[in-house]
Design a protein around this ligand. Structure first.
Ligand code: GLC
Length: 727
């Protein structure tokens, strides 16, 4: 008998022994925060009325509750112990959006592995990550938790994070169950306002929002979480098309589906139902197996069974999904945390690696960076985020160990020789402060220093869940601070720590160099210091487009061409309009009069201390069938003076389709280390099936026709060739 069959047998054998009340108890997750909860929950756990607890971070309390479940309940079914371990447990990694800027699945996997090992040691066996919601809206606070705007990159990084959390064996003591969320389409919330309506067509779901979730299922993710938002009028938590038709029937997912926090009872607030009982019915019938807090399953499922509204077979199926997850985790053999030798040094090395490779160099005029510590005698370190350990950890750091955090100020002071005087002025108490009284002092420091590095951005509370912003400028008086420093500085370097793309148009021309570090986590300081001082070379690439102004949103690289695409020849901007200009004289194309139609920085963009020249783009398969692979090669030469890593990117365009197709689509990418003055030939193989899409009737199609293919350093690359899919 196969392992899977044996586990299935164990599930069925156990299921047959459970009473209805014990079955429904497995479907109930309880908020267990607080030492008092061991006592409060004792009887319910012992009676088998709780299948999972969430947010109990104390290992002793977790062990106590687990012991009650295992040793006092009738069937000894262990608890699923859930916690949001989103980007690190005690050792905080860069936020997922920053991790995405590495374009390195192996690094993302390594970071998740560290998080899993640390969380498992505390008795946690279930995390609510990766968040696989792609989004084109940086106003949305949760972009911080996402892998950005592209479904291919997000799919690869989702799979990597799942593998990092779950390891090769979910029953391994260091593995925890992953939970890909929020299924689905959450990243499309209107105006970037969290929890808002998403008006997403099935076609857009299938060709964009669902792709990373499918990647998670193919990677073996143990669980999924429903989204709060409604999807084309039916909230995801009660959406049978998503939870049953797509997830179960089409993708064959056999794990556990959990609601989001009280999202079952919120169905009545959405106006889909008239109360908790109807909400429990709607969510259960759609395909939710476990209710995260709320308690409506526990309260009403038995009645709904008596009413004939649900069947015992349905309940058995949901409970089987829960028990299967527990068996797969090995909880019946090893329900308690197995202490492991702490290895903070290697965990911090991983955090440093990820932070180092996630930072994106957006500007470097006159090679202002790297700084040469041998020629600098004084360095001014200015700004509200230079020495803000809590802020640099970012959102979703419930268990982050602040004592592990090294700030950029600390790191620079440690890294620079005694010959360099480091002067620090916070200038603004926090990122939102409007108090400019310390600006004179900051300006005076900048005036006397050889170089000024200003650390700007967002406090962590300004991003994450329920923290959307209508303006994404630098908050507070930070722009004014840059202007004052510009007036005094010989060399002004800006480092941004933020949880989203910000509109930087108002500072980009006033700084000599601009490094985007996201919220870089515990080792953000040493990573930024290494990059500023040239001990490492920036290699990060943007996983999301940076708009010039918020009014451009949604702005993304893989947009549709429209029937009237803008071009430099066909736009007249507001400052250039003649008085009484004739109505049709400004260019009748898809652009805004008052801003450029391109992003400030495009998807895939990122500078290096080296320069990479691309040539000899060769399509080795100019004509191919849908059962073959596209093979393309290119030569990349490092014309700089330092060894450096480039993320080589391949994009395609389907020129004619039964549906309008994006003007570019990322299909492949590779991080390549190239020595100074050396070159490398990079060859990509792309299965022709990846050129397909979900067509007019919702089925997957690969259509013959002509394609363009680009290879380069970002989505704006102009190095182009062509090929034809013959059938
Ligand atoms: C929150 C979030 C979800 C999180 C869950 C548990 O509201 O939407 O991402 O995992 O509740 O904290």
């Amino acid at each position: 008998m196969t392992t899977a069959a044996a586990v299935e047998q164990r599930v069925q054998t156990l299921l047959e022994t459970l009473s209805l009340s014990e079955k429904i108890g497995q479907m109930h997750q309880v908020h267990a925060e607080g030492a008092h909860m061991v006592h409060e929950l004792h009887d319910a756990v012992a009676a088998g009325q709780i299948g999972s607890i969430i947010n109990q971070p104390d290992p002793a309390a977790v062990a106590a509750l687990q012991r009650i479940a295992v040793e006092e309940s009738a069937h000894g079914i262990p608890l699923l112990v859930g916690r949001d371990v989103i980007h690190g447990f005690q050792t905080v990694m860069p936020i997922p959006l920053g991790q995405a800027a590495t374009w390195d699945p192996e690094l993302v996997k390594a970071a998740a592995r560290v998080a899993a090992t640390q969380a498992a040691a505390a008795g946690i066996n279930w995390t609510f990550a990766p968040m696989s919601d792609v989004t084109r809206d940086p106003r949305w606070g949760r972009i911080a938790e996402s892998f950005g705007e592209d479904a291919v990159l997000a799919s690869d990084l989702t799979a990597a994070m799942v593998q990092g959390f779950q390891g090769d064996d979910l029953a391994d003591p260091d593995s925890i169950a992953a939970c890909t969320k929020h299924f689905a389409g959450y990243g499309a919330v209107e105006s970037g306002r969290d929890y808002a309506t998403t008006d997403v067509t099935e076609r857009e779901l299938r060709n964009y929002y669902l792709l990373p979730f499918h990647a998670a299922v193919k990677a073996g993710v143990a669980t999924l979480m429903t989204s709060f938002s409604d999807v084309d009028g039916i909230p995801a938590t009660a959406n049978a098309f998503l939870l049953s038709t797509v997830l179960r029937d089409e993708w064959g997912f056999d794990g556990l589906v959990v609601s989001d926090w009280d999202s079952v009872r919120q169905l009545a607030i959405h106006g889909l139902t008239d109360g908790d009982k109807a909400s429990a019915l709607a969510a259960f019938n759609a395909g939710v197996d476990m209710e995260m807090v709320g308690g409506s399953f526990l309260r009403y499922l038995s009645e709904l069974l008596d009413d004939g509204k649900v069947s015992l077979a349905q309940i058995d199926r949901a409970v089987a999904n829960i028990l299967l997850t527990k068996f797969r985790l090995g909880l019946f053999e090893q329900p308690y945390a197995s202490a492991r030798p702490a290895s903070p040094e290697s965990d911090l090395r991983t955090a440093h690696d990820v932070a180092l490779n996630s930072a994106v160099l957006l500007k470097n005029a006159e090679s202002a960076l790297p700084l040469d510590a041998t020629t600098i005698q004084s360095l001014a370190v200015i700004g509200p985020l230079a020495d803000a350990p809590h802020e640099q950890m970012g959102t979703w750091v419930f268990d982050g160990d602040r004592s592990q955090v090294i700030t950029p100020l600390d790191a620079l002071r440690h890294a620079l020789p005694d010959s360099v005087d480091v002067h620090y002025e916070r200038a603004l108490h926090n990122s939102r402060s409007l108090d400019q009284t310390a600006f004179d002092q900051a300006q005076a420091l900048a005036h006397t220093a050889d170089t000024t590095v200003v650390f700007l951005g967002e406090e962590s509370i300004l991003s994450g869940e329920a923290h959307s912003r209508a303006s994404i400028d630098l908050p507070g008086a930070q722009v004014a601070l840059v202007r004052r420093l510009r007036a005094a500085s010989k060399n002004l370097i800006a480092v941004i720590l933020a949880g989203r793309p910000l509109t930087l148009t108002n500072i980009v021309d006033h700084v000599d160099a601009l490094l985007y570090a996201w919220h870089p986590g515990a080792m953000g300081g040493p990573a930024v210091s290494d990059l500023l001082l040239g001990h490492a070379v920036p290699s990060g690439k943007l996983p999301v487009s940076f708009p010039r102004v918020v009014g451009q949103i949604p702005l993304y690289y893989n947009q549709k061409n429209t029937g009237k695409p803008p071009s430099p020849e066909q736009v007249v901007y507001i400052d250039d309009i003649a008085e009484e200009a004739p109505q049709t004289s400004l260019g009748m194309t898809a652009f805004h009069l008052d801003t450029d139609y391109t992003p400030l920085f495009e998807f895939g963009f990122g500078l290096s201390y080296a320069r990479f020249d691309y040539c000899d783009l060769t399509v080795h398969t100019p004509r191919l069938t849908s059962s073959e692979a596209l093979r393309v090669s290119v030569r990349v030469r490092n014309t700089g003076v330092v060894d450096a890593t480039e993320v080589v990117q391949l994009y395609t365009r389907d020129l004619v389709g039964s549906l309008t197709r994006p003007v570019r689509e990322l299909k492949a990418y590779r991080r390549v280390l190239i020595g100074a003055g050396e070159s490398a030939t990079v060859t990509f193989e792309v299965d022709a099936q990846e050129l397909g899409f979900y067509g007019r009737d919702g089925t997957f199609v690969v259509e013959p026709g002509d394609f363009h293919v680009w290879v380069g350093t970002s989505s704006a690359t102009t190095l182009r060739a062509s090929f034809t899919l013959t059938r």
